[in-house]
Structure formats: structure tokens, C-alpha cells
Design a protein around this ligand. Structure first.
Ligand SMILES: *[C@@H]1O[C@H](CO)[C@@H](O)[C@H](O)[C@H]1NC(C)=O
Ligand SMILES: *[C@@H]1O[C@H](CO)[C@@H](O)[C@H](O)[C@H]1NC(C)=O
Ligand SMILES: *[C@@H]1O[C@H](CO)[C@@H](O)[C@H](O)[C@H]1NC(C)=O
Length: 306
């Protein structure tokens, strides 16, 4: 007897459920919907009471309008699985219980699964369950470590995969408080770490930290350079290390019209004067600093060129 011919009389039965006897019933069925976690084995379990022995059983994928058999058997023995499902599904059924296991659940296993059971007294039971596949947070992508000048507004970003979409929370590690973006970074601290935690209630939450280096306000400082020697009519490049927060405004003196005089460097083309002082001044809200560079054409060269 094939499964189909066995089920045929009960197709009518489905339309007349009141004729079902009290002795044939589902005792326990999976929650509907049921939630499976990606990567883990997931088993749907049914318990039933039959008026007789188990005559036929079938598990199928009834997503949408289809009814695609996963595995079935008529009479005793093992369940024959369809090749398509064989590798990743395990099915078993006895006179009181049936189980369908999905091995290493994938997101594509989200489907509606149906159990059909026929007793030796030709009574038919069926149940269908929607399986929703969830996945824990994974692949966290977060802003890189930051170096900023206070005060500043800072927005740190954090994103992960996961189903349902993980909720992102930020914590300031120094006092363990939950914070929201953007951050208003004020001076007073030199560094701070922020932790992004992604949680969707599935598996373990995922977290990653961002280190923020806060550069506090600094009075301008123009670092020393020693004397600069160049050849006659050559081009000289003067470079100064300038520090300060906020970034200082730079000016060079003397400044000739053609020159760029507001950068950390000054280019002097065709040096003529044997000895000249060039001073670099840096100023910001906190103060002012300057330093002088002596530009010299070495004596011997001066002679030679003349
Ligand atoms: C899932 O079930 C298979 C077959 O029973 C077993 O080999 C495997 O170890 C199980 N995997 C997990 C994660 O439990
Ligand atoms: C179940 O059937 C649907 C509709 O035919 C199909 O899209 C889906 O891939 C099937 N599920 C599995 C796990 O094969
Ligand atoms: C350069 O500056 C020094 C010291 O500030 C000063 O003694 C010298 O006369 C200056 N040289 C020129 C060419 O202005």
C-alpha cells in the first residue's frame, strides 16, 4: 500500500473532523511558530494517542501553497527521505510520538513543516508548524580608535548581522553608563573607551570597544629648528613643528607677497641675503608663541658665487 493510497480515504476525513474519535488526538505539539537558531540542530516533537498502531507517517514542507514530502513511511520500518532533504533532515516516528530534526539549521530552513499520521484504524491526524530561524549577532563592524581634540561632537558607529536585527547599546567603560550618540567630548579626561554591545536575545551578545584619545587644549608651541644653511640663489624650505589645541593660526615674518605664510613651512626662493631671520608665530585662544630661524648662506659659498 502506497502512502498516497493510504491517505486517499482520509482526504474526505479532513473535511469531516467531527467524526474523529476521541482516542486519536495530538497530545503535544510544537509551539507555533517555533524558533530555531542558525547553526544548531533543531527538533520538532509531536506526541499523539492513536486508536491502533501507526500505519503511515509523512513529514512535509508546506511553505506557501506547496506540499513537498521530506520523508515518509507506510507500515513499519525507517522513514524514507527525499534526496533533497536527506542530508539535513532526520525524521522518526513511533506509535505515540514523531520527531523531525533539522541539522545545523540554515536561514533558508525557515518554512512551514507538516506532520501527517494515519492509524491502523484509518484515523488521520495532521499538524503544521511554522519554523522561524534566528541567528545570533555576528560580524561586528565598529568605528576605529579615535584621536580627537576636545571639545568635540563624536559619533561612533557600530553594526552587526543577526536575526532579528540586534539592538545596539553603547557603554562608557570608565563609569559603566549607557550613553547615546553623538557624544559631546569635553576636556578634562585624556582618554576614554566606549563599548558597543549588540544583542538580539539569540545566542550570546557581541561587543567591541573603541578607544578615544582626547587631546586637551594646549597653548601654541613652536618648536626649535637649528640654523638653516642654503646655497646662494637656491630655494630654502623652513619647517616648524607647531603644536596647540585648538589648532593655532600660523604666520611667518617676513612674508613676501608670493609666499604662503600661514602653513608650518615657508618656502623662500632664490635666497639672496647672506643672513636673515625668519620668525614663525602661532596663536590660538590660549596664547601665542614664536621662534626664529636664522637662514644663512655659508661664507665660502658667498665668495665663490661672486
Ligand atoms: C546535530 O545532530 C547530528 C546528528 O545527530 C550530530 O552528529 C551533530 O553533532 C549535532 N550537532 C550539534 C551541534 O548538536
Ligand atoms: C520549502 O518549500 C519552499 C516552497 O517550495 C521552498 O522555497 C523552500 O526552499 C523549502 N524549504 C526547504 C528547507 O527546503
Ligand atoms: C636675528 O635675530 C638675532 C636675535 O634675535 C639678532 O641678534 C640678529 O641681529 C638678527 N639678525 C638679523 C639679520 O636681523
Amino acid at each position: 500500500m502506497s502512502f498516497v493510497s493510504c491517505l486517499m480515504p482520509f482526504a474526505i476525513f479532513v473535511f469531516c473532523p467531527e467524526t474523529e474519535t476521541a482516542t486519536t488526538a495530538l497530545v503535544l505539539r510544537p509551539a507555533n511558530p517555533s524558533y530555531a537558531v542558525e547553526g544548531t540542530n533543531f527538533t520538532l516533537k509531536w506526541n499523539y494517542a492513536l486508536d491502533g498502531s501507526l500505519s503511515a507517517v509523512q513529514f512535509s514542507n508546506v511553505t506557501g501553497t506547496g506540499d513537498d514530502p521530506i520523508g515518509s513511511r507506510v507500515g513499519p520500518g525507517t522513514i524514507n527521505s527525499k534526496r533533497k532533504y536527506e542530508a539535513r533532515f532526520r525524521a522518526q516516528a513511533e506509535s505515540t510520538r514523531a520527531e523531525l530534526t533539522i541539522l545545523a539549521v540554515q536561514l533558508s530552513d525557515e518554512a512551514t513543516y507538516k506532520l501527517s499520521v494515519v492509524s491502523s484504524q484509518a484515523t488521520f491526524i495532521w499538524d503544521s508548524v511554522r519554523v522561524i530561524v534566528h541567528s545570533p549577532p555576528s560580524n561586528i563592524i565598529i568605528s576605529s580608535d579615535q584621536k580627537i581634540k576636545a571639545p568635540a561632537l563624536l559619533t561612533l558607529n557600530c553594526a552587526t548581522d543577526g536575526k532579528p536585527k540586534p539592538r545596539i547599546t553603547w557603554t562608557r567603560l570608565s563609569d559603566n553608563t549607557v550613553i547615546t550618540m553623538p557624544l559631546f567630548i569635553i576636556s578634562g579626561r585624556n582618554e576614554e573607551s566606549y563599548r558597543c554591545t549588540a544583542d538580539n536575545g539569540v545566542g550570546k551578545p557581541l561587543s567591541k570597544d573603541v578607544f578615544v584619545d582626547i587631546q586637551v587644549p594646549v597653548r601654541p608651541m613652536v618648536e626649535f629648528t637649528s640654523k638653516v644653511f642654503v646655497g646662494h640663489k637656491q630655494t630654502a624650505l623652513l619647517v616648524r613643528e607647531v603644536e596647540g589645541n585648538p589648532t593655532p593660526i600660523i604666520s611667518w615674518s617676513p612674508c613676501h607677497r608670493k609666499n604662503v605664510c600661514d602653513k608650518q613651512y615657508l618656502t623662500i626662493s632664490k635666497v639672496q641675503t647672506a643672513r636673515a631671520n625668519y620668525s614663525c608665530t602661532a596663536r590660538n585662544a590660549l596664547g601665542i608663541d614664536s621662534a626664529t630661524t636664522v637662514l644663512t648662506i655659508p661664507f665660502e659659498q658667498e665668495i665663490k658665487d661672486e
